[in-house]
Design a binder for this molecule. Sequence first.
Ligand code: G6P
Length: 616
Amino acid sequence: MCGIVGYTGREDASPVLLDGLRRLEYRGYDSAGIVVAQGGTFTLAKSSGHVARLDELTRGGRDLPGNIGLGHTRWATHGQPTDTNAHPHISDGGKIAVVHNGIIENYARLREFLRSKGMSFQSQTDTEVATNLIAYFYAESGDILSAVASAARRMEGSYALGIMCEDMPGTLIATRRENPLVLGFGDGCNYLASDVAAILLHTRRVIRLADFEIAALTADSVTLYTGELDKLEREPETIEWDVSAAEKGGYEHFMIKEIMEQPEVVRKTLSPRIRNGEIILDGAEITDEYIRALSRIYIVACGSASYAGVVGKYSIEKLARIPAEVVFASEFRYCDPVLNANTLVICVSQSGTTADTIAAMREAKARGAKVLSIVNVVGSTIAEESDWTLYTWAGPEICVASTKGYSTQLALLYVLALRFARAKNTLSDAQFSEAVAALLVLPDKMEETLGLREELQYLASQYFSRDDMYYIGRGTDYALCLEACLKLKEISYIHSEAFAAGEMKHGPIALINRERETLVVAVATNRGLVDKTVSNIIELCSRGARVITVTTQSARTVIEGNDDIRGETVAVSDFYEAFLPSLAIIPLQFFAYYTALALGRDIDKPRNLAKSVTVE
Ligand code: G6P
């Protein structure tokens, strides 16, 4: 939610900032802006719309010369995505420039206070309040570091801030609370960014700023301070991510690239966790005693991560026989969950910075439960604050709609289910070995499933112009429908809903329209449930629906041989049933992708969305 990048060095800052912003657009793309300083004087360019527009406006940054600057790409919270509300913001009096990611919750009170001191505001944003607050303290103390520290003490909410002061040419100041900020170490230059992806082209040596810390960066130095301005020493870490992981690598969109990467990243995620036929939880050394004493598991997450959680719930209950419940993180605190030392809360988050999931994690800990998190971004807030963290090794996921993030989350949820099953002896040795063997071949089976790409491209070309599409399934097939339906609506904007197949007759079947030949996607991979789902499909077809059925090779004939079913069939391999969702999601991802492509949508950056949602 909003991307920040900063550069101080000897080269022109603008091209570095624009390139960084392009890589951060997944965090928001309502508007973009850069501020560059030359000899202490700020030059500013900002505009609503994507970074490409800013790039055009500034002629690739050539119109803004200067060796130090800050850039921002916005997901609007306070005030519409207009040019005026775009960041950077310049303080009343012009001395301070600020870019911000997060929400200053007490901005209204602070703005009143600053107005009473004679300061004026141009925009509707909370960021301009932070900017003027820093300027106010700077006017008092004449010291930018102490001004930032004083402002930080008065701001409630969350923020990552990049700050420049006209009186300190060559220095960038950064601080954060609950929003990510990394400092990058270059050769004769230094960087700051919301995410390493923005600066990976220039450096792999980074420091992740912790909450309340303040950093001062010049071309030749990075100095770290506590919130009380005591100096800190910390060695940079080296980022292992391959730079090409954050590039499109010849694909038209990040989404299709990330779909195609799934077998490889699932392999990376699974392989360190399986040793000699046993499950190893690196980063989560949970004892058998703790697992045996568990009375309930809550899986808490948002968006796709929560739908991965629904598959996880089925796996954990089926394989380990521990009651599991999935709760949207945004609802967790309000449903007054029953938590104690025998409750485990599993937080699932690709970014590790989703505000609602962070809040739920803290609530769970405060109420005495342990938290195990499944996270992709190393060192993120959720990863750092959980009792145990298991990383998905998906690499950077750039497309706003999650695909490889979701698949690696599924893989780790299977791993957990098996670890719990082992501790609780709910599977015989033979059953356990069968499951582990299936996990080992899962990446190969996913690879094979990628072969369905063209078939789904064709189906999308047949149906992309529909106004509505519905998804139905039972059990894990239903869990999959939730994710498939989300994929379709977020990138194609087609109205779509997912229903438990058996619920159709209790209301939703009224949506089936014979004249419009309503399209339904049915998922029927679960051996024991195929016949029941087929009955539901027939009920829909007899009311005029057309149905694309995603099933397994062995069940395909049952569906294709049934004259009452009108539509097409897509088949994945027969496989270990609890892990079949990892195969069946692939054609559904392709379908969403090619439908959106046929509609000419902005697939990697769908309207109104952002990848990292750091507001509640
Ligand atoms: C946003 C993204 C979704 C994502 C959700 C949860 O809404 O657009 O793709 O599933 O946040 O994000 P997380 O980083 O916590 O998995």
